[in-house]
Each structure stands twice: as C-alpha cells, then as structure tokens.
Design a protein around this ligand. Structure first.
Ligand SMILES: [Zn+2]
Ligand SMILES: [Zn+2]
Length: 261
C-alpha cells in the first residue's frame, strides 16, 4: 500500500496524508487539530496513529495545527531550521522534538523515503517534496504547492512521478478582474506567489509521461478560481494530447479520498 489523501487544500488550510502499511506522514497541518482529526476520519483513516508531521513553509494555512498534532501523537516535527525559527511561537512546545530538513535533502521516515527541493515562494525557506516507498522505485509522489514558478528542480522531480499534486491556484482573468487589492494581485502573480491554472497546464505539458497515473490539482483560490474551470482546462489539454489519467481537484472542505500512488 502506498497512498496519498489531500485532506484539505486552499488558503483556509492545507494538509495531506501520505501512508504505507507501516508509516503515516502528515504533510502540512494548516487547520485546527479537531478539523484535521475529522478529515482523517472522513477519509476512512484510523486517526489514532501518525508518525510525523512535516512542514513546507511558515504560512498559517500550512502550519496552524502542527504543534497540536505533534503534541497529540507525541511525534516529531520535520521542518527546516529557518522555518522553525520564524514559527516557534505558533508551534508552541514540541515534546517529541524537531527534525531539521534541508531544502535539497533525502531521508527516511519509516519505509517512506522523502526528498525535498526548494520552492519559490515569499517565505524564508519554502520546500516541496517527493515521496517514495522503499523498494518500489516506480511509484513516486511529487508534491508542489505555493510556488511562483516551476524551476528546473520542479521539472526534474515531477518528470519521474507516478502521482503529482500540483498547485493550480488561480484563473488569471478572475484574479485580474477580482476584488483583491493591487498589491495582493501582484503578489499572487509574482515569481514568489502562486501558480495559475495556465501555468499548471503548461507545466504538465512539460512533464507528462506514460507512467503518470494521477494528477491532483491543489491550493485553488476560492476568490480567484473555480474548480470546474481549473479541471476543464487541464482535461482539455490532456484530451488534446490523447492522454488518459486520473484527474482530481483537491477541495478546501472535503478530502480527496485515498489515492494509490
Ligand atoms: Zn498556502
Ligand atoms: Zn504560502
């Protein structure tokens, strides 16, 4: 078994579970402890066991519930040293300690191998991830949200993945015509902001390969996007190149369900 479930995704809170028979990692914990427990239950998971919480960056929609989860399960927090420094107050006491991760790192948690790579976002040390089950080289999950553009690292990591979770944050026209103040629009669009639907499609065009089984679009803006728009754009592109794959859009309010990586 090697599965991913995006519990919630969007500016009101992000969290996902990556699991094997033996190991369960929570990637980001940007919701309250009770909401996270409910979402795990809703997704059909035993919410009494968790091995690690891992953090991509310090924004509250990714870190808000991390301290609570670490205390509840008495498990360590995997986080970069710089991110930890700026988040210590938000996190509170961590009795099981902190494990520092670098932004180009590789390490094992149980039987899941984690590889990190840097993301371009307006934070101290943004990280994106690849997850692999030990002994199963063909099944890889590449996970990248909160990035202003896709770097060469992103391309290399995503090219080999069987499942990708990729940001598809906004529709460029909706952002442009929407209610955000000018400076916020500029921030979202910038190289340290968020990927648009068009950018997500362009990127998938660069990395698509026969082994790509699942595409999960994530971190959609409620204000500046519409799930149907993001999905239709990606599906239209995949159809145009005759590529069949499982396409899903992660939601802010309900889990995706468990997806085989
Ligand atoms: Zn975010
Ligand atoms: Zn962010």
């Amino acid at each position: 078994m090697f599965q991913v479930c995006v519990l919630a995704s969007g500016s009101k809170g992000n969290s996902a579970i990556i699991r094997t028979e033996n190991t369960k990692i929570m990637l980001d914990a940007g919701l309250s402890g009770s909401k996270l427990a409910k979402l795990m239950q809703q997704a059909g998971m035993d919410e009494t066991k968790l091995d690690a919480v891992m953090i991509s960056h310090e924004h509250s929609d990714h870190i808000g519930g991390a301290g609570v989860m670490c205390r509840r399960y008495n498990i360590p927090l995997y986080i970069s040293d710089q991110t930890y420094l700026v988040s210590q107050k938000k996190l509170g006491k961590l009795p099981a300690g902190v494990k520092y991760i670098g932004s180009s790192d590789s390490f094992l948690i149980g039987d899941i191998k984690v590889t990190t790579f840097p993301s371009s976002h307006d934070v101290v040390d943004g990280t994106n991830f690849v997850f692999q089950k030990e002994g199963e080289p063909d099944r890889k999950l590449a996970f990248a949200t909160d990035l202003g553009y896709t770097s060469r690292f992103t391309l290399l990591k995503f090219k080999e993945a069987s499942t990708i979770v990729l940001e598809s944050n906004h529709d460029e026209k909706m952002l442009h015509e929407g209610p955000y103040p000018w400076h916020l629009k500029q921030r979202v669009k910038s190289n340290q902001g968020h990927l648009s639907n068009n950018q997500a499609v362009g990127f998938v065009g660069q990395i698509v390969h026969p082994g790509l089984k699942n595409i999960i679009l994530a971190h959609l803006s409620e204000q500046n996007n519409d799930p149907k728009l993001a999905e239709d754009l990606m599906r239209g592109f995949l159809n145009s190149i005759n590529f069949t794959t499982n396409l899903k859009v992660a939601s802010q309010y309900e889990p995706t369900g468990l997806i085989d990586i």
